[in-house]
Unconditional design. Structure first.
Lengths: 559, 218
């Protein structure tokens, strides 16, 4: 199957783009006061990219310090603050909202044929809650920040002399934004699907977002109450987690990971949704095992709630619990493997177009499998005793949370860029950056696996001389990674300003979001689309919007 | 045929992105139930901590609950249950188009809520006077078990968080009363009142759990 005719690139764009959501009001206020899910999504995208930049700068500072075994550049307290800020910013302000709040907001209504999300005002509110929380936390970080690590483990977090309150409160507030977004998506998916778009016709990205939203709604409140408790502890010293007064720090860890382990799936499930979409669009082939992919999304959301104890294998949990949590954790591996085999099965014998987002799909599969396999190893209690709190764990979760989740984010950014902004970026530079990022990422974290296995603990300011070579290699890799991001920033900025206008469906995709203009009009569809086919059904050629050649073809009515 | 009132309700309240008012109400109701689920989990964290420490320090828990004023707690329970009833009645009266009774029922609910907060304040003041304070601040001379401090940590955290919810609920009920007074609610459209009522019932049900856990546990 081939790409749509290149001639459609020349279609008279003016007539269709005049009423796109981007041009419907161009003042700042028209953006800040919008109810349009697409504009909210774009604003979220800008925010999370700013957070990614900030977290990346913190990471680079940490890596620069670790070039040297002893004290260098920054003192130990600053170092502790830096890795705390890096973790808090990347986890709570980038990874968790990145795909659901930015791409989910933009795409879910388009994919289910709705005019907006169910609660547009709440949607805008969730953006402002996010900004308020992130702003408060960042303000707190500037004024003597937290040095506890992003996990806020007691008793250090309740006794640390650092000002912890604004950071805790900031993360608490951002949690509300996450909950509101999750509720909004669940309600939207339940009540706003277009007539004819049944549950089993939902695009796979929507299934991913649905699973994610369930976790966001059910797990985030527990983190909220925990953060409040820590804040009370830190401010008033009541002793809820203080062993000296009968409190139990392990309880704190249980409550923390009851949220924070499912939160890993908040980060990765929407990424899996992105990959399910883009794999079909790359291979121009129907998904292999649509229902298996959909069910496994819900399966991961479900078992993700019963694995949290694997973070406490050496923290004093009973042997029985350790064994139980180890086995339960492996179920995640089963569901993930189902998805992975289905993606590979979809690619098999497909007519693959090697676009930038396809490079990120390959990266995602590699990082997910590698990171996932090390996760299975870490979930084995006897092995975890050796690796716990070493760089091995750091490298493992970066493979999943950064490797896989970030690959999915970049795949989404490149795949839906034309949909969101109506312009094309330079594919050549896109591939160059993708290769640099993947090489840089491996060079950063494979040495960390080795360091961890040799016994280098995480979060330490100094290390013995014989760990130097691997640390230097890791920092060199991080620099390559950063360089790749700079290239992306440049060519996307160029595309935004000077990029050639895209045709409606540049990838020849059968995804439902491509049934409307790129970029879409304010109310998403010129007329209500029809859904005679399953999503990603490539047995018939992709539908295209009225173009210069076929001005009479209507959205979704042909074929 | 759709009645004139239904058409008018559509004109007034139907948002552009919904196909019908029924669907819009369904969406609001589902959203509210999901929100209530998050509230339960918010308290769930504290209930979890409560159960764990109750299991760790059963004697301290028995002693701690002896310092509670069961009489005041029981009265407060009935006050709150009564207010939930009047809120339910206010929705009923909105449904049968009796706006004055809707306003009256909401007013009674608000008075009950305020009475609850007042009695809770009396209880708190009493605890303060006797030095029944959380953790290291516990100074009461009649306490024997050291872990009674932990009982009071959980007492103040749970009832404090509940009190914040009562205040939020009272705010919601007040807004609903103003709206009802202005005649916003009709038999065709009373969704906000319905949602506000659900929230108030949640506040009530959490107290139904807190009351035995704190006052009757022994």
């Amino acid at each position: 199957m081939s790409q749509p005719a290149p001639s459609s690139a020349q279609h008279p764009s003016g007539a269709h783009h005049a009423d796109s959501y981007l041009t419907d009001g161009t003042t700042v206020m028209s953006w800040l006061n919008t109810r349009d899910h697409k504009r909210v999504g774009v604003m979220f995208l800008i925010c999370v990219i700013a957070m990614l930049f900030m977290g990346g700068v913190f990471a680079m500072l940490i890596r620069l310090k670790l070039l040297f075994p002893g004290a260098a550049f920054i003192d130990a307290l600053t170092y502790n603050r830096l890795f705390t800020l890096h973790g808090v910013v990347m986890v709570f302000f980038f990874l968790i909202p990145a795909i659901p709040s930015a791409f989910g907001n933009f795409l879910v209504p388009l994919m289910i044929g709705a005019r907006d999300v169910a609660f547009p005002r709440l949607n805008l509110l969730s953006l402002y809650i996010y900004l308020a929380g992130a702003g408060l936390a960042l303000w707190g970080m500037i004024h003597g920040a937290a040095d506890t690590g992003w996990t806020f483990y007691a008793p250090y977090s309740t006794t640390s002399p650092e000002k912890l309150f604004p950071v805790l409160l900031g993360v608490f507030i951002v949690g509300f934004s996450s909950i509101v977004t999750g509720i909004n998506f669940i309600v939207t998916i339940h009540t706003m699907r277009a007539p004819g778009l049944t549950w089993w016709k939902m695009p796979l990205f929507v299934w991913g977002i649905y699973g994610t939203s369930i976790i966001q709604v059910l797990a985030t409140p527990v983190l909220g109450i925990l953060l409040l408790s820590i804040a009370v502890e830190h401010a008033l010293g009541w002793g809820l987690f203080d062993p000296a007064r009968g409190g139990d720090p392990l309880l704190m860890q249980h409550l923390f990971w009851f949220y924070s382990h499912p939160a890993v799936y908040i980060m990765i499930l929407p990424g899996m949704g992105v990959i399910s979409e883009t794999v079909c669009a790359s291979a121009h082939k129907n998904p292999f095992g649509y229902r298996a992919i959909a069910y496994s999304s819900i399966g991961i959301a479900f078992v993700g709630f019963f694995t949290w104890g694997h973070h406490m294998f050496v923290a004093g949990q009973s042997t029985f619990s350790n064994g139980l949590f180890a086995v339960l954790s492996m179920f995640v591996g089963i569901f993930t493997a189902i998805k992975t085999f289905n993606w590979v099965g979809t690619l098999y014998k497909g007519a693959i177009a090697f676009k930038t987002f396809f490079a990120y799909i390959c990266g995602f599969l590699y990082f997910l499998v590698f990171g996932g396999m090390t996760g299975i190893a870490l979930a084995t209690v006897s092995l975890d005793v050796h690796w716990h709190d070493t760089y091995f764990v750091v490298a493992h979760f970066h493979f999943i949370m950064v490797g896989a989740a970030l690959m999915a984010f970049l795949a989404a950014l490149h795949y839906w860029w034309p949909k969101m902004f109506g312009s094309r970026y330079h594919e050549g530079w896109g591939l160059v950056a993708a290769v640099l990022i993947m090489l840089g990422f491996n060079a950063t974290f494979i040495p960390q696996f080795l360091l961890g296995n040799n016994g280098m603990p995480r979060r330490y300011y100094t290390y013995p001389e014989h760990f130097r070579a691997l640390n230097v290699a890791s920092t060199a890799g991080a620099s390559l990674l950063a360089f790749g991001f700079i290239i992306i920033a440049v060519y996307l900025a160029v595309a935004l300003r000077y990029g050639r206008r895209t045709e409606q469906n540049p990838w020849g995709s059968k995804g439902f979001e491509w049934l409307t203009d790129s970029p879409p009009p304010t109310h998403n569809f010129h007329e209500d689309p029809q859904y005679p086919e399953d999503p990603h059904d490539y047995r018939t050629p992709p539908l295209t919007q009225p173009s210069a050649a076929h001005p009479e073809v209507e959205v979704g009515h042909a074929v | 045929m759709r009645s004139e009132a239904a058409v008018r309700a559509d004109e007034l309240h139907l948002a552009h992105h919904f196909s019908s008012l029924e669907r819009q109400t369904d969406a609001a109701r589902l959203g509210m139930w999901l929100f209530l689920a998050t509230e339960l989990l918010l308290f769930g964290g504290l209930f979890c901590a409560y159960s764990y420490y109750r299991w760790m320090f059963p004697d301290a828990w028995a002693e701690g609950s002896h310092h509670m004023s069961v009489g005041l707690g029981t009265i407060n329970t009935f006050i709150l249950l009564g207010s939930s009833f009047t809120v339910a009645m206010s929705i009923h009266f909105a449904r049968v188009a009796k706006p004055k009774l809707t306003v009256l029922m909401l007013a009674i609910s608000i008075v009950c809520g305020l009475a609850f907060m007042g009695l809770k304040g009396v209880e708190y003041a009493d605890h303060f006077k006797h030095g029944l304070l959380p953790g290291k601040y516990l100074t009461s001379p009649d306490v024997h078990e050291p872990a009674v401090g932990m009982f009071f940590v959980l007492y103040y955290l749970t009832t404090g968080l509940h009190a914040i919810h009562v205040i939020a609920g009272l705010t919601v009920l007040s807004v609903m009363m103003v709206k009802a007074h202005r005649g916003v609610f009709t038999p065709e459209y009373y969704t906000p009142l319905d949602m506000g009522g659900l929230y108030w019932h949640l506040v009530d049900i959490i107290w139904i759990f807190l009351y035995p856990l704190l006052y009757l546990v022994v």
